[in-house]
Design a protein around this ligand. Structure first.
Ligand SMILES: Cc1ncc(COP(=O)(O)O)c(C=O)c1O
Length: 387
């Protein structure tokens, strides 16, 4: 019998996908999936409808259309003040996921160690596994989930070649502070590590301070590759449009890797994506206000149910401590919320290599207001507690 590759061992459909299926079966509200379900900007949809016929429908060059890369460079300059050269320091990718795979493939070899911070976005682990890379976890402790110098240093081994950070974070919504990024910079410099920073939620944050891009801190720009996506900022995850930026010498190799995987990112969508990237400050202000409203509404629902949602300062997830339910694991908490309240969440274990001590669930609030209101209503009956 033809066998499946060894690298696939243990890889399976994520807990999130499985919860989505159960939500459908039970008629539960799905707060599990990180799918953006708010509508894309109307002006973008109108431009697409008007112009689709007349834009290019063949491949772009592997690094993407120049109009797209120029729009990326302008947005990066506007948002974080960093100057990047569109011709040599940007590659358009098939989502941030494509950017991550191309980066890991281009810059690391099988067996290399990669530091990851738990709780983490699960695709980091599956990408590392598929490429034969070794995750080296640093466990961050809630509710602060702060990076400390001791815990980071303790995770470095002689095989460590890189680290993956995520700010604003999925699942905690935390943004790395300047002090934390300085610790990361110091350790990376000392051990000559590549830093891969996933900033797909860079435009979604709730405190007045603007996004702090890792590449702007200290000397990090020299060793940092930044991944981003149009999926979150413009509610178009299905367009599969992202990008990676960084030092020219690294981006050159990433361009070749991205080409060998998929030839190029969807070219007609790059053309439209450039328009999205050029939207003005008003758009982003409204986006943040909208998510702030949704975040507060859903957090109030979990609090009223007797649970302890965190206060995310970015992204669109709540990481809810369900200790009050008297359960040992997030999986048990998620099951009760599903069965008793008809509200689907993801168990916290999905974001760890080894189970955490606290029963967390993650709830996504990138949903229409009325869906959030219904989830809040279903939580208002309270949650079942054990013991
Ligand atoms: C932290 C993080 N990185 C990357 C992605 C994937 O982005 P894309 O859809 O652009 O591949 C997601 C999607 O949920 C995410 O939460």
């Amino acid at each position: 019998m033809v066998k499946v590759a060894n690298r696939m061992q243990g890889l399976q459909q994520s807990a999130i996908g499985a919860m989505t299926v159960r939500c459908r079966e039970l008629g539960a509200i799905n707060l599990a999936q990180g799918l953006s379900q708010v509508p894309p900007p109307p002006s973008l949809l109108a431009a697409g409808a008007r112009e689709f016929e007349n834009i290019g429908h063949t491949y772009s060059q592997p690094e993407g259309l120049s109009v797209f890369r120029e729009a990326v460079a302008e947005k990066v300059k506007r948002c974080s003040g960093l100057s990047i050269e569109p011709a040599t320091q940007v590659v358009a990718t098939v989502g941030a996921t494509g950017a991550l795979m191309a980066t890991l493939t281009a810059l690391l070899d099988a067996g290399d160690g990669v530091i990851v911070f738990e709780p983490l976005y699960g695709y980091y682990l599956s990408s590392l596994q598929v490429l034969g890379l070794r995750p080296e976890p640093v466990r961050l402790t809630g509710p602060a989930f702060a990076v400390t110098e001791e815990s980071l240093r303790a995770a470095v081994t002689e095989r460590t070649r890189a680290m993956i950070i995520c700010t604003p974070n999925n699942p905690t919504g935390r943004r790395l502070t300047a002090a934390e990024l300085k610790i990361i910079a110091a350790v990376a410099e000392e051990h000559d590590l590549l830093v891969i920073t996933d900033e797909v939620y860079e435009d979604i944050y709730f405190d007045p301070a603007t996004h702090l891009a890792a590449a702007t801190v200290g000397t990090l720009a020299e060793r940092t590759v930044t991944l981003s996506s149009l999926g979150k900022s413009f509610s178009i995850p299905g367009w599969r449009l992202g990008y990676v930026s960084g030092p020219e010498q690294l981006i050159g190799a990433i361009r070749v890797a991205a080409d060998s995987f998929v030839v190029c990112a969807p070219a007609p969508l790059q053309e439209l994506g450039a328009r999205a990237l050029n939207l003005g400050e008003d758009y982003y202000r409204d986006l943040r206000a909208m998510y702030d409203r949704k975040r507060r509404a859903l957090a109030a629902g979990f609090t009223a149910a007797g649970l302890a949602p965190n206060e995310p300062d970015g992204a669109y997830y709540l990481f809810v401590d369900c200790s009050a339910m008297g359960v040992a694991t997030g999986a048990e908490a998620a099951e009760i919320l599903l069965e008793h309240n008809l509200v689907g969440t993801v168990s916290g274990e999905a974001f760890y290599l080894n189970p955490p001590d606290v029963p967390y669930v993650r709830a996504c609030f990138s949903l229409p207001d009325e869906v959030i209101a219904e989830a809040v209503h279903r939580l208002a009956s309270g949650v079942l507690t054990h013991g």
